[in-house]
Write a protein that binds this ligand. Sequence first.
Ligand code: ATP
Ligand code: MG
Ligand code: MG
Length: 548
Amino acid sequence: MEERSLNFLEEIIEKDLAEGKYKSIYTRFPPEPNGYLHIGHAASICLNFGLAIKYQGKCNLRFDDTNPVTEETEYVESIMNDVKWLGFNWDELRYTSDYFEQLYAYAVQLIRQGDAYVDDSTAEQMAATKGDINKPGTDSAWRSRSIDENLALFEEMRAGKYPDGAKVLRAKVDMAHPNLLMRDPIIYRIKHAHHHRTGDAWCIYPMYDFAHGQSDSIEQITHSICTLEFIHHRPLYDWFIQKLGIFPSHQYEFARRNLTYTVMSKRKLLQLVNEKHVAGWDDPRMPTISGLRRRGYTPESIRNFADTIGIAKRDNITDVSLLEFCIRENLNKVANRVMAVLDPVKLVITNYPEGQTEEFDAENNPEDEQGGSRKVPFSREIWIEREDFQEQATKKFFRLAPGLMVRLKYAYIVRCDDFKKDEQGVVTEIYCSYLPESKSGNDTSGLKVKGTIHWVSVPHAQTAEVRLYDRLFRVENPANEDGDFKDYINPDSLQVVANAYIEPALTQAQPGDRFQFLRKGYFCADKDSTPGHLVFNRTVGLKDSWAK
Ligand code: ATP
Ligand code: MG
Ligand code: MG
């Protein structure tokens, strides 16, 4: 692998290890199971698991499941599947909900120390007394409750004595603190809701800030890496750890990863799914890991992408063509070349005997010495791409037109003699003659032709459906535009070719198999395929066609 300089987290870790601050490092990836993972999460997964691998430490997968309302088992399963698919194994699988009893005990400890109190204020009252950056907040009337009263009330909250919103538990920090998050933050709220794992055992749930750092500490996480929006939470993270006297995990922030021409928040992705702008979380146009997988992306290409973009301390948006570059580079090495005609027109080789067929050896992958070869059948009638023929060749057109010659890949040179049109003026057949002495690998014709085209033998061809994808949005950063981001959806993001012709070797394709359709791009067999009806998704074209 190419040497690159250390990123800022690696620098911190190497210093911590060199100074003996930790014997080894421990990281975690902490998704909230409220949606499917996207490419931004993939960057975080690669970062957290990658650091653990690089420094021979450990990394946990922890479900941050403190919000019973939005979380579901379906999401938990998809997340585990995606992490494994990306090629990572967690050291331990944890759930924040496993710590509910411990977190409750921590809260009781804070109350006993005089560091937390039960507040009966309404949400409006709390907002009104919060102050702002220019104005200190004012103490709640309940701030001076006795420890005993707080202990009793908190127990009653847990026992279900109060309705949602009637009371909260707040940390007693400082209502005049310059950081608003430190102005007596809420640490527990009442929510009579069914939790996907703990069921109805709890009707009070800890807030993110009271769960995350403590969970890190319970798991002895050394480097707790999160995205930049949590930077102002760090003093609170440290405050709880210090007050509770627990393992000192440390929080570090890096910039969120964004991609052009898509959106990357689970809430927005959920809207696309619910409002049927896409076929599901794994629609190949989605920036989700499951969507990218179905589109034909490899785990390796996504890991490479994450590594290439690296980590930053400032928010930024990455050009989607970099992601496309990564998959193209990977598939170029591993995908077998095959022939498929997406917009077919018939070519008849008039001097090739009727009923005769022959087979040519076709190298599966010139980039892979072990790639082997296959047989491709040939006959008098073949399908070629409509765009490979012109009635009158324009300048620099080196394919088929009356009088021009072209090589049929793996086969012969043919010369175009004539063509036929229907009443609408659409070309229906092209007539050529072939040069028997020009057979590929054994060419004694002495002719040099400039163009080579792909084809599929008519009697051997199978039909397939091909789905061609374009960007899901028309603008680079839909989330940043005026109005609803959905107004910027590209109406032509999916084009379906109902009847493409594929060479017989392709009929064995299984969902997930990846190919290069010669001259057409990289394609992946879709899960909608059935034995009689194959469906292929275009992963990416052969060249960067987005270049402006
Ligand atoms: P979203 O806003 O997309 O719903 P989230 O931050 O709420 O994402 P979590 O499930 O909390 O999603 O994320 C799990 C981990 O992944 C967190 O550590 C989070 O910081 C990180 N993460 C989420 N989105 C990105 C992103 N776009 N780039 C990098 N890391 C991300
Ligand atoms: Mg989150
Ligand atoms: Mg979120």
